[in-house]
Ligand binder design. Structure first.
Ligand SMILES: Cc1cc2nc3c(=O)[nH]c(=O)nc-3n(C[C@H](O)[C@H](O)[C@H](O)COP(=O)(O)OP(=O)(O)OC[C@H]3O[C@@H](n4cnc5c(N)ncnc54)[C@H](O)[C@@H]3O)c2cc1C
Length: 393
């Protein structure tokens, strides 16, 4: 069986859904393949993000819980950043992904769930389509451009050796979505330190007055530990700062992995674009990948529309350049992340004290891995040890 279209998108995570939306808006004949049977399920993320970006991407506010205060630190000492207005947010990702899928379908996108993209077709100079399998039957799907948004599977990067053997360093996380007796729904919490999550962190992200996502992430291979026992241990031995939550009753368990590697050097070839985790575009400081996946998904479709209109694949270079700009920020973020992964509890105590001197805005830029020269200088001035140890190495 054969299928022909302008654009094929592999994967209906945030990257693929953004690309599908924009490609269909451009009037391109677009096919989106998702190997799972449901879009937005299983949940593999805790959904921490930022309101300004969600507004820019036209995500309705009913799909996220706004956050005004962030608590960061160890269980013994921590700092608080209070924002004058709601700044961060916790996304209801399942609803957002479903919403984006419907928005794309309305514009004519051909969405096919339960379809596994097995191989990228390449004729020696151009990518020509994808071989997919649905219910055991192989289908040859041809297109002018393939946008690979397959996340950690990164199927085309692995095929074309852009990633070598695949990411050696990755974050592995498990969280419970849980009923709790009380939570301040405007406060998100992030904890670090050896008793919490060696080489990683714990997050407590509220969704409503009685619902939180509480999870543990560890960086592999820096830590051999699995996040689930750490999470269960945390809930069993509830530290004082989490006492207020009262009874914690999990109603869902989510888990997943995220590359903690530099952005891939070459994210396009003739007829192929890599987006999101498939291109290692996530912010490595806190493993935040939804915002970059959406941003680069939209851009990939814009650039593809131009390349198809002018029958000129060299126009994909625009995407390459934008990804390279983000790569610079990610490189610094990665350095920081590697540094933090090796922090002792003593070093954390010292650093938390210094980080407490950052303004609300600077702390936000640090979390977002927004390392423009100006921002970087401010962070270095207040908390140099964060970077210097790694730089010396
Ligand atoms: C535990 C955890 C917590 C996280 N918390 C946050 C957070 O708070 N905030 C944040 O911004 N980010 C967070 N992230 C990271 C974020 O989830 C990812 O960076 C983001 O989802 C990447 O989007 P993506 O579209 O590139 O890939 P994905 O979301 O992984 O989507 C890829 C899609 O491709 C599909 N697919 C894969 N292979 C194939 C194939 N062969 N054929 C067809 N379909 C295929 C998959 O089924 C999936 O639907 C977290 C990650 C983890 C693991």
């Amino acid at each position: 069986m054969e299928l022909n279209s302008d654009i094929i998108i592999i994967g209906a995570g945030p990257a693929g859904l953004a690309a599908a939306n924009r490609a269909s808006e451009h009037g391109l004949d677009t096919v989106l393949f998702e190997k799972q049977y449901e879009i937005g399920y299983p949940v593999r993320t805790s959904g921490g993000s930022y309101i300004a970006d969600m507004k820019e991407f036209r995500i309705p506010s009913k799909f996220y819980n706004p956050i005004r205060k962030v608590i960061f630190g160890t269980f013994k000492s921590n700092i608080e950043f209070c924002y004058k207005k709601d700044t961060a947010c916790i996304l209801d990702t399942r609803s957002i992904y479903q919403y984006l899928a419907n928005r794309a379908a309305e514009k004519g996108c051909n969405i096919q769930v339960g379809v596994d993209a097995k191989d990228i077709m390449f004729d020696g100079s151009n990518v020509t389509g994808v071989k997919v399998v649905r219910a055991g039957r192989e289908v040859t799907a041809r297109s002018k451009i393939v946008i690979d948004c397959s996340g950690f599977s990164a199927i085309s990067a692995r095929k074309f050796k852009m990633l070598g053997k695949g990411p050696a360093r990755f974050g592995s996380g498990v969280e419970y979505e849980a009923y709790v007796e009380h939570v301040d729904k405007r406060t998100a919490m992030l904890f670090v330190g050896s008793e919490v999550a060696p080489t990683g962190y714990v997050w407590v992200f509220p969704l409503s007055d009685h619902k939180v996502r509480i999870g543990v992430g560890v960086t592999k291979p820096d830590s051999k530990l699995s996040p689930l026992p750490l999470l269960d241990n945390l809930i069993a031995k509830r530290p004082a700062i989490l006492e207020d939550l009262g009874r914690i009753t999990p109603t869902e368990m989510h888990s997943g992995v995220i590359p903690v590697e530099p952005v891939i050097n070459k994210v396009t070839t003739n007829g192929l674009i890599l987006v999101g985790d498939a291109a290692c575009q996530a912010n490595p400081v806190v493993g935040e990948g939804i915002r970059p996946a959406l941003r680069f998904g939209f851009l990939a479709a814009d650039v593809s529309a131009k390349a198809i209109e002018h029958s000129n694949m060299s126009l994909l270079q625009v995407y390459e350049k934008e990804s390279a700009k983000a790569a610079k920020h990610n490189k610094i973020g990665l350095m920081l992340q590697r540094n933090m992964a090796n922090y002792s509890d003593k070093e954390w105590e010292k650093s938390i004290h210094k980080l407490g001197k950052l303004s609300e805005k600077d702390f936000l830029n640090l979390m977002k891995a927004d390392f423009s020269n100006k921002n970087l200088l401010k962070i270095l001035a207040k908390s140099p040890s964060f970077f210097i140890k790694q730089a010396l190495k």
